[in-house]
Ligand binder design. Sequence first.
Ligand SMILES: [Zn+2]
Length: 533
Amino acid sequence: MPTRYVNARVFTAKEAMAESFVTHAGRFVCVGTSEQTQAAYPNAPTVDLGGRFVCPGFNDSHMHLLELGCLLTQAQLAPHTDALSHVLGAVADFAKAHPLEPFIVGRGWNHDDFRDVHRYPTRDDLDAVCPDRPCLITRACGHVAVANSQALHLAGISEHPVSVSGGRVETDETGRPNGVLNENAIALVAAQVPKPDRAGIRARLLLAMDFVHRYGITSVQTDDFSSLDVPFEEILQAYLELKEAGKLSVRVTQQTYLPSLAQLQRFLAVRDWPGWQDEWLRLGPLKLICDGSLGARTAFLRAPYDDAPETSGIATYTQEDLDALVLCAHRAGMQIAIHAIGDGAANLALSALERAQQAYPRSDARHGIVHAQVLPPDLAERMCALNMHAYIQSIFLDYDSQIVHSRLGSRAEQAYPAASLLQSGVTLSNGSDAPVELPDVLGGIQCAVTRMSFTRKAQSPYLPKEALTLEQALLSFTQMGAYASFEEQTKGAIAPGYWADFVVLGQDPFTTDPFALHAIPVESVYLGGHRVR
Ligand SMILES: [Zn+2]
């Protein structure tokens, strides 16, 4: 049965603004003026949207849906990160409230926000608030974590560190592990956390899908294989079961994290996984992670950090190993999306992609760099030459605009590009990397157009010349997100034939103060014409 929506300000992401549209059998079938939709569907029941702003459902082009769902079952530390004592208090409260939880896990602290001390938490801090059970708390960025003594003991690193390729077990002045784990070393302890079974995975995905609706999200491009140490088949199967039960409430593209040749080859043998190539579930690009984060100084730079000249960060691959992986996936016809934050990591990624394209040229491969935060013009030019896509997270500016100058010095003048990437011909979509940041699309749009923090005090915008226009920012969360997953003909616009995924906002962003965009209410969310929020 068709439904006609009238009296709206419709940002179509394709044509001019419209005021009315009709949905039928999950799709938009007519878009235009009220007279036009009335003439085409005279008998359709009508919904009056009261002059509200409507745009295509938001698409978060890089996040971790399963990890977000896991986080929603763990100690939430982000709201307490104004002081280490508050973080530790939140861990203690959570442990007390969950007496049967065998392993206390938390996430979201950021030492840059601590008012009381200026250091990472340690095992001793955690032992004081969680002495009876293992405990692991991860920094907001996900690239540093701290374990207590019981957790270190489970991993066999309580008294002596081990060396980990692409990671580090930190020690105190006596050489004993102090609980701080960097990058790949986190897995030593994370592997000890009891894993959810299939039903547990489904429950976490349901939590996360429900959570992202509050931000107007109807599509996600999610890297889930890196979130849980279970065979990827378990995760694919959990999604399929949700789809078969009619419980999927966002459309999902899986950014398949397969960090070794062995895993990639295992995946290539089963990649025609039945049920995973429709409008609900898609197997997307190979996802690789080349470095860490700027906040934790693990992003791999071409030259040392300004505020830590002894380090340039951590590259998680040698050029040779990365070349082999990229070549294998590219030859097999896969799209590739590589996490690269530092210019050193972007250089590694671009070199690998250039070699693969040279050996086996393929047009419209839509390979991409995820984050692309330290990306001077020479690297942007190479991206453009390869016709590449940038998966950016404008919402990172909320925190990173505070640290970018100290970490990068003069290189901060060429970091977090957005407008210049578009100008140079690189396509660009937007996301949150949730749970690194909240999947707060309107907050991300505000950061994209103002280049300023909206949750922290900020004096002046960071590189305002890199601001996106509001229209570009909206497109980066709609049409360009669909482009990134090769779905721009069916999704991300309000036009006949497109999936009827749309969001009704409480205010028109085009007439809202740019500094108030994050506060615009998401009033309702529709997926395939059905209201999901
Ligand atoms: Zn990520």
